[in-house]
Design a protein around this ligand. Structure first.
Ligand SMILES: *Cc1c(COP(=O)(O)O)cnc(C)c1O
Length: 361
């Protein structure tokens, strides 16, 4: 790795593509003759307007977003969406949630403050190690939407087949798998993603929302919490996270240059296979998720004891493979291998773990 950088397996904030960081470095002191860094620029300037317009245009191209969807850049991370979604979308005060791990649980807790939440399926019985069958859910007619977390960052499960919503709107938290594979936007009413997992710096969320779901009768809601505010003002009702939008825009362009989301899916499948193949033959390390629902982005795994897990974390860190400790709520180990993790990082880590296993027989 250049610049003394390490392979960073953090779940987020996470690695950014090196060519993007280099471009940002080159533009740091004087962005394209403006005489300023993007951090110093008015969001009302022409030069900044071009940056945000390009970012939206490139994202639309990457995901093939239909014209009747708005793209919004909002602050407050993904967490604020746990509240904004029920506040804006619960017309009848009722929504169906699928509980598949830590992040859907948090979303459920927030939605309960706003209206009635029906947990129509859950994988709690097996500690969130699989995606429940959602082909025939019991969904009341007046349900406002069906909510999923499409990739559970902590538990490492991912949806490979969307739930049958029986005609209701689907809402998806894509934070930890955003832009990792093709996505048919029209299957959803609303998609959102905190960008610090798979795209850019923390502190921003991308919301893709079908226009007819944006309401203008919510005048009692704080202005920042209404999607309409952001949609009507091109994500610039107030000062947006200019820096994050700039960095994300660069990543969108970079992903396009690699061949778009089909190419990313191929790269990510290939990369994750290296790790899962290793886990499947190892006697020391075991994956915790059922094979069909395994995430391509976050791979939780364990040894036989917490002591050995800790030993692995220390040894990998010393060797330049950082942040392999599992989330504090589940323990064990976790390798997050988002879009920006090069395959060579995964191959090198697997080689290291193989050696570790051989030396600790
Ligand atoms: C990280 C994460 C969040 C929370 O993101 P913040 O930007 O920290 O609020 C929500 N959902 C998922 C799936 C995540 O991985």
């Amino acid at each position: 790795m250049k610049y003394g950088r390490v392979f960073n397996f953090s779940a987020g904030p996470a690695m950014m593509p090196e060519p993007v960081l280099e471009e940002i470095r080159d533009e740091m002191m004087n962005y394209r003759g403006s005489g300023m860094c993007v951090m110093e620029m008015s969001h009302r300037s022409k030069v900044y307007q071009q940056i945000i317009d390009d970012a939206e245009k490139d994202l639309r191209e990457l995901m093939n977003i239909p014209d009747n969807y708005k793209v919004l850049f909002i602050q407050g991370g993904a967490t604020l969406q746990f509240s904004m979604i029920p506040m804006n979308l619960m017309k009848n005060g009722k929504a169906v949630y699928i509980e598949t791990g830590a992040w859907s649980k948090k979303a459920i807790a927030e939605a309960k403050k706003v209206g009635e939440v029906i947990v129509a399926a859950s994988s709690k019985d097996k500690n969130y190690t699989y995606i429940p069958d959602c082909s025939d859910l019991d969904i009341p007619e007046d349900t406002d939407y069906v909510y999923i977390c499409e990739n559970e960052t902590i538990h490492g499960v991912t949806w490979n087949k969307l739930p049958n919503t029986k005609g209701h709107i689907l809402v998806s938290d894509q934070s930890s798998m955003f832009l990792s594979r093709p996505c048919n936007v029209s299957d959803y009413g609303l998609i959102y993603a905190g960008v610090q997992k798979n795209v850019g710096p923390a502190g921003m969320v991308v919301v893709i929302i079908r226009e007819d779901l944006i309401r203008d009768d919510l005048t009692n809601l704080p202005i920042y919490l209404q999607y309409k505010t952001h949609a009507d003002n091109g994500s610039m009702y107030n000062t947006p996270n200019c820096w994050a939008i700039y960095c994300c825009g660069k990543v969108f362009k970079y992903l396009k240059s690699l061949g778009g989301l089909k190419a990313m899916a191929k790269i990510n499948e290939d990369k994750a296979k290296v790790f899962y193949d290793f886990l499947d033959q190892s006697k020391m390390f075991k994956g915790t998720v059922v094979a069909k629902d395994r995430s391509l982005m976050n791979i939780p795994f364990v040894t036989e004891s917490a002591e050995l897990d800790a030993e692995v974390v220390a040894a990998t860190k010393a060797a330049g493979y950082d942040n392999l400790k599992g989330h504090k709520s589940v323990g064990g180990l976790r390798a997050s291998i988002y879009n920006a993790m090069p395959k060579e990082g995964v191959v090198a880590l697997v080689d290291f773990l193989k050696k570790f296993e051989a030396e600790h027989k």
